[in-house]
Ligand binder design. Structure first.
Ligand SMILES: Cc1ncc(COP(=O)(O)O)c(C=O)c1O
Length: 473
């Protein structure tokens, strides 16, 4: 008998139930996966093993993870110590609800994260652990709102952000995200609190040049606040280096100081979204430190557990903590799995590994090695720019190098480059829309911090091969 989906519901052989089987049922051409995949039309290999910068699928094929998946994997795949630490924690106590208990693992990790945070977090800062970046953004939005309730300024609730940004996929995080494509389907469901210009010199929204521009992009925040009821604004959130949306576009010197000054002037909190850039990815523990920035709240995720467990964190500066302490003391927010003992044990084991192998210190040097390997790519007539900081780098493809004109969206260049690089077994993270949310193609490179020089060469060779295959020079 055929079920609704086309496969026989009575004959178990018609569905492959082996753990790594991922085939089509040829008789019905119906997929046998039970997962609601990211794209139901796409076939996904099954990842079974990881080692260093490599992922191996069920057929034994190896892939060089040039993007650390999505800028997640910092210490590399398959580090046995991490699994052992997680097993040990879970054998002692796997879960205790945060309404009733703290755990040693979470306490220890919070103290360690604060110790490497910008100076203003060190004396009385606190950490709120989540299960990922989007939850960290949600938490920060609500924290900013409640901070102003505790501070007797109940009119403040809006969280401003920048166009061309990404802060997460939940509805609150989407409402601040300025990523046009990711927002579009949900537009009727999300509030528009206000978005200002990004800091993106290669495609400056004001068509100006740094430093003659005198940071017009930063002043856009001030102009927006003056024109749009600043007394209802609670916070401003931004990515110090814009990851997925702009392909590793760092702030220019002076930008973060200017926005910090504007936030102070208007009495609003400054939130640095370091979900992608935090925990060493750009060569400093937090990217804010490249410019000596001391935000009120820092969001982090991804590298904090290097993908070994779902973990994110909100670092809260003492002045915000104090407002709660003097006020209700109770944050009206929470997740069942926040500060999970096994996830934070993974975070501690990753931290140990980073420290033992001095991996933070390796990022700047290794980033330079990757950049050198990419020199040949940069000179390609259809590569507009290679940019980034440390091991968060982006390559933007252009139709015309002189005018920076992009390829048409329909050409799907970034995705085609990804596919072609895959022929060389190199995994890239493609993105489209870096100019205006629609046009502009780039790939993001964010390999594990342990990447070797020969692997950097393999990445550059694969991008060069893909350029040759996809774009005729
Ligand atoms: C800057 C930034 N913020 C927030 C998020 C959301 O994090 P997650 O996907 O872990 O929910 C991401 C994810 O890519 C990100 O890059």
């Amino acid at each position: 008998m055929k079920g609704q989906l086309g496969w026989s519901t009575s004959d178990p052989k018609s569905r492959c139930l082996q753990p790594f089987c991922y085939n089509f049922d040829m008789s019905t051409a119906t997929h046998t996966t039970s997962l609601f995949s990211r794209n139901l039309r796409k076939e996904y290999p099954v990842a079974v093993r990881g080692e260093g910068c490599w992922i191996f699928d069920a057929n034994g094929r190896g892939y060089l993870d040039a993007s650390g998946q999505a800028a997640v994997v910092s210490i590399g795949h398959g580090v046995q110590e991490i699994g052992r630490a997680m097993a040990e924690q879970s054998s002692k106590i796997a879960f205790a609800h945060t309404t009733q208990f703290h755990s040693e693992a979470a306490e220890k990790l919070a103290a360690r994260v604060l110790a490497i945070a910008p100076r203003n977090f060190r004396n009385g800062g606190r950490v709120y652990f989540t299960s990922g970046g989007s939850e960290a953004t949600e938490t920060a939005i609500k924290l900013a709102r409640q901070y102003f309730l505790e501070s007797k300024q109940p009119s403040r609730y809006r969280v401003l952000a920048r166009r061309q940004s990404y802060h997460g996929s939940t509805l609150g995080a989407m409402s601040v995200s300025g990523n046009v494509a990711r927002r579009a389907p949900y537009a009727p469901m999300i509030p528009e609190w206000g978005h200002v210009a990004p800091c993106f010199c290669y495609h400056c929204p004001f068509e100006k040049t740094f430093p003659e521009c005198n940071l017009a992009c930063a002043d856009d925040l001030d102009a927006f606040l003056q024109a749009n009821d600043a007394s209802s604004v609670a916070a401003f959130v931004f990515e110090p280096v814009v990851g997925a949306t702009l392909g590793a576009a760092p702030a220019v010197d002076g930008y973060t100081a200017r926005i910090a000054e504007i936030c102070r002037k208007h009495g609003i909190l400054l939130i640095a979204d370091e979900v992608m850039t935090g925990m060493g990815r750009t060569g400093k523990p937090f990217a804010s430190e490249h410019w000596g920035l001391e935000p009120d709240i820092i969001l982090t995720g991804k590298g904090i557990a290097s993908g070994y467990a779902p973990l994110g964190a909100v670092l809260v500066a003492p002045r915000v903590v104090e407002a709660f302490e003097k006020g209700s003391a109770a944050f009206m927010h929470g997740f069942t799995y926040q500060a999970h003992p096994v996830a934070t044990a993974a975070g501690n084991a990753v931290f140990d590994y980073l420290e033992t192998l001095k991996l933070f210190q390796r990022v700047t040097r290794t980033g330079e090695t990757l950049r050198k390997a990419l020199a040949m790519v940069e000179s390609h007539p259809h590569v507009g720019q290679v940019r980034g900081l440390g091991l968060l780098q982006g390559v933007e493809f252009v139709k015309d190098k002189a005018t920076r004109e992009p390829f048409p969206k329909e050409a799907g260049i970034a995705e085609k480059i990804r596919q072609a690089a895959l022929e060389k077994n190199v995994l890239l993270y493609p993105g489209q829309g870096c100019i205006d949310g629609v046009r502009g193609d780039h790939v993001l490179l964010a390999p594990p911090f342990i990447i070797k020089a020969e692997e950097c060469e393999l990445i550059a060779d694969a991008v060069q091969y893909a350029l040759g295959k996809v774009i005729s020079a």
